[in-house]
Design a protein around this ligand. Structure first.
Ligand code: COA
Length: 152
């Protein structure tokens, strides 16, 4: 598969420009609200306290996630809002994004696990990065999810 080349940008919300955060929110709303047809609170109280990871391809935002500090979403660090913009899917952006986030998380909080609320259809994707399911399937905003833990 062709592999897209990405430039990673890590920042707290206050260190992103308005244009950068807008680009992230456009993709988050496009994917999680519009594409997944889900009415829920997309911008929330984690945004001001999380790390944001923007993956750029030229001037376009190709992929994005946020990394919540321990004690904010879960007791452990927690990845969320993992997305690849539709135009960049199937080119390894999701793989590179996850690898970068886990590398950074291990650097920030050595030895700490990462706990996520994963959409069930991506179980295998996350298992490939060392996450294991630790809950039954549950509905979050009407979408089937599984809690998964990656040991530190
Ligand atoms: C999940 C997502 C980020 C993957 O992004 P991507 O850049 O296309 O992924 P990659 O090209 O790096 O592929 C990585 C792996 O993801 C998995 N994957 C991607 N799309 C998938 C799908 N629709 N169903 C199941 N697995 C999928 C596969 O395991 C794939 O590996 P493979 O190509 O060896 O089979 C992207 O499909 C997306 O943004 N989905 C919508 C948002 C979402 O549901 N986010 C997760 C919230 S928990």
């Amino acid at each position: 598969m062709p592999r897209v080349e990405l430039r990673f940008q890590w920042a707290r919300l206050g260190d992103l420009s308005g244009v950068e955060f807008h680009a992230a929110m456009v993709q988050r709303v496009a994917v999680f609200v519009v594409e997944q047809n889900c009415v829920y609170q997309e911008a929330d109280t984690l945004d001001p306290v999380a790390w944001h990871l923007l993956a750029w391809s030229g001037g376009q935002l190709a992929a994005y996630l946020r990394l919540a500090d321990p004690g904010t979403n879960y007791p452990e660090p927690s990845l969320g809002r993992v997305l690849t913009a539709p135009a960049f899917r199937g080119q390894g952006a999701g793989q590179q994004l996850l690898a970068e986030a886990l590398r950074r998380g291990d650097q920030l909080w050595p030895g700490q696990a990462n706990r996520i609320s994963a959409q069930q259809y991506l179980l295998k994707f996350y298992q490939g990065f060392g996450f294991a399911p630790v809950s039954e399937v549950y509905l979050e905003d009407n979408i089937p999810h599984v809690e998964m833990l990656r040991p530190g």
